[in-house]
Design a protein around this ligand. Structure first.
Ligand code: SAM
Length: 261
């Protein structure tokens, strides 16, 4: 291996072609597609993505790896060197829709998801590898330990499916955790009508900030007045003693619409 994997960039390079086959099958690419890969690394997935004839933009923070990738000299490959969290996605991706396919750096996967949510309109499909615990959260249902802010937000705007579980031995170096690939297909509209997305996101965040508290106390701690909370919960027939983590997507939508209207 010419390059020593850098832990600070979450570098675990995929070495299992069967896993890449599954990712490719779900990404369903042709030469008409534009694809974005976050963190191409040594290029195992990159080469297979290019093999479909699709146009690929690869964003890599590690200058050494980006330099290695440029040696490919493929007209369909464009490389941007930089931190994907700091780049201006709207400027970088002027011709949507794109498919986003990546074995994500696990240390920043949640931040990447929030950024994806802020730029939902850019992507027609996401096929992403996560640490298994994060994947479990994204696909979780209400009233479970795994259900959290990103479960609600991602499921509000996407159909979320598990594609394949991936063992540590599929990577070099092997990570300490299991991994999972998930597929996200954008819904044409949010799953339940939401009148104001900002209010919805603030409410969801507030409901989960203190998981052990009741929904009433969590929202109080997040700054809403007792009067507003009590009116909202009673108008929507929600027991104030319930915990935020028991609320369904529909209930979050209804509560946020009450706050908006
Ligand atoms: N795609 C390769 C593979 O599957 O073998 C590498 C995946 S590795 C888990 C994550 C990759 O993301 C690394 O190449 C790492 O350098 C890159 N990376 C880490 N943080 C990044 C960031 N903020 N912006 C862009 N790329 C980043």
């Amino acid at each position: 291996m010419p390059i020593r994997p850098k832990k600070k960039f979450g570098q675990n390079f995929l070495q299992n072609e069967h896993v890449i086959d599954r990712i490719l099958a779900v990404a369903d690419l042709s030469e008409n597609d534009r694809v974005v890969e976050i963190g191409p690394g040594l290029g195992a997935l990159t080469d297979r993505l290019l093999g479909t004839g699709a146009h690929l933009l690869a964003v890599e923070v590690d200058h050494d790896l980006a330099a290695l990738l440029t040696e490919r000299d493929d007209p369909n490959l464009k490389i941007t060197t930089g931190d994907v969290l700091k780049l201006d996605w709207a400027a970088l991706l002027p011709e949507p829709p794109y498919k986003l396919v990546a074995n994500l750096p696990y240390n920043i996967s949640s931040q990447i998801l929030f950024k994806i949510l802020d730029h939902r309109g850019l992507f027609s499909r996401l096929v992403l590898m996560f640490q298994k615990e994060v994947g479990d959260r994204l696909a979780a249902v209400p009233a479970t330990r795994d259900y959290g802010i990103l479960s609600v937000l991602m499921q509000t705007w996407y159909d979320v499916k598990r594609v394949v579980r991936v063992s540590p031995g599929s990577f070099y170096p092997p990570p300490k955790v299991e991994s999972v690939v998930l597929q996200f297909d954008p819904l044409s509209e949010s799953r339940f009508t939401i009148h104001n997305e900002r209010v919805y996101r603030t409410l969801v965040r507030g409901a989960f900030t203190q998981r052990r508290k009741t929904i009433r106390n969590s929202l109080l701690a997040s700054g809403w007045s007792a009067e507003t909370i009590d009116r909202m919960l009673s108008a929507n027939d929600i027991d104030p003693k319930r915990r935020g983590e028991t609320l369904t997507l529909r209930e979050f939508a209804e509560l946020s619409n009450f706050l908006t209207d």
